[in-house]
Design a protein around this ligand. Structure first.
Ligand SMILES: NC(=O)c1ccc[n+]([C@@H]2O[C@H](COP(=O)([O-])OP(=O)(O)OC[C@H]3O[C@@H](n4cnc5c(N)ncnc54)[C@H](O)[C@@H]3O)[C@@H](O)[C@H]2O)c1
Ligand SMILES: Cc1c(CN(C)C(=O)CCc2cnc3c(c2)CCC(=O)N3)oc2ccccc12
Length: 264
């Protein structure tokens, strides 16, 4: 008997088997949750359909969070299949690639900043607002994914760090405004993981190596590490937790200074 038995979860953000959302889906399915899925576009539909079959689900809905009509249609359709939603997983982020390399100002323009905020932060509030009729009136939970770049100035993360800061503040305001109706809202701040969103980031291999060398656990984290904590945070075991950012990063965030050990 898993600790999510009887719970119904909508999983966004699967783009491959390496997606963090795939790790979350696996853990939630293992703990007994019934799953539904969304996909961003036709290119990803078959991958998400395959994931849904793997988890015994036949609910696979289109959802490009840039499109308000698709957001509303997604939850209208879900409401025809389920009379309530217990868990909403938001594992979505995007900024134009050119904004994520080099200096913060080099790749900066108004449109790139807007896109990063819209897709990576506003979309959490928009999805929660559209899901609210299905989430309200019972113990339910919203989970999103953040990164250390929300609160530390990390090289190259640039506008995505500003968007993640906005995402984490959105978590707190959603938690404040929805707590009275039983809806909890939390974030996991995950360490770097080699997913599609991480591919093409020039310095990524160096980042992973740095974490392996200096993180207290001396390793990087996996989608299974994140999935397990996500399943816990969305379960009734975490009934007293809301508005929080929980680090799943092998302890890297606690470090004040790295590199000194090799100077003797
Ligand atoms: N990989 C990491 O190192 C890492 C670390 C911390 C946090 N995160 C966060 O985890 C979340 C999931 O990313 P991931 O690493 O699993 O990569 P991923 O590429 O597997 O997933 C990103 C997802 O965002 C979706 N997406 C992008 N634009 C969208 C749109 N307009 N509408 C709907 N969906 C859209 C993509 O379809 C994809 O499924 C993101 O919020 C990311 O910022 C990633
Ligand atoms: C870690 C890390 C990540 C992974 N991570 C935490 C993320 O949040 C990834 C977010 C992301 C958002 N938008 C895009 C991309 C990644 C790459 C492809 C693209 O075109 N747009 O991304 C970085 C970018 C620069 C530096 C470090 C990192």
């Amino acid at each position: 008997m898993g600790f999510l038995q009887g719970k119904r979860a909508l999983i966004t953000g699967i783009a491959s088997e390496r997606s963090i959302a795939s790790g979350i889906a696996e853990a939630m399915h293992r703990e007994g949750a019934e799953l539904a899925f969304t996909y961003q576009n036709e290119k990803l539909k078959s991958r998400v359909q395959k994931a849904a079959e793997q988890f015994g689900s036949d609910i696979v809905l289109p959802l490009d969070v840039a499109d308000d009509a698709q957001i509303q249609a997604c939850f209208d359709e879900l409401g025809k299949r389920w009379d309530r939603l217990d868990i909403l997983v938001h594992a979505i982020a995007f900024a134009p690639r050119e904004a994520l390399a080099g200096g913060f100002l080099d790749g900066l323009d108004r449109e790139g900043f807007r896109i990063a905020q819209d897709i990576s932060a506003y979309s959490l509030a928009a999805l929660t607002k559209a899901a609210r009729p299905l989430l309200t009136g019972h113990q339910s939970s919203v989970l999103t994914l953040s990164y250390l770049g929300a609160e530390r100035a990390l090289p190259n993360y640039n506008v995505m760090g500003v968007a993640k800061a906005s995402l984490e503040a959105t978590v707190r305001y959603l938690a404040l405004n929805l707590g009275a109706e039983g809806i909890r809202v939390n974030a996991i701040s995950a360490g770097p993981i080699k997913t599609l969103a991480a591919s093409g980031i020039g310095s990524f291999r160096k980042i992973l190596g740095h974490v392996e060398q200096y993180a207290p656990l001396r390793r990087t984290v996996t989608i299974e590490d994140v999935g397990n904590v996500g399943a816990f945070l969305c379960s009734d075991l975490a009934a007293g937790v809301t508005g929080e950012v929980t680090y799943v990063d092998a302890g890297y965030n606690i470090l004040g200074m790295t590199g000194l050990d090799d100077v003797g």
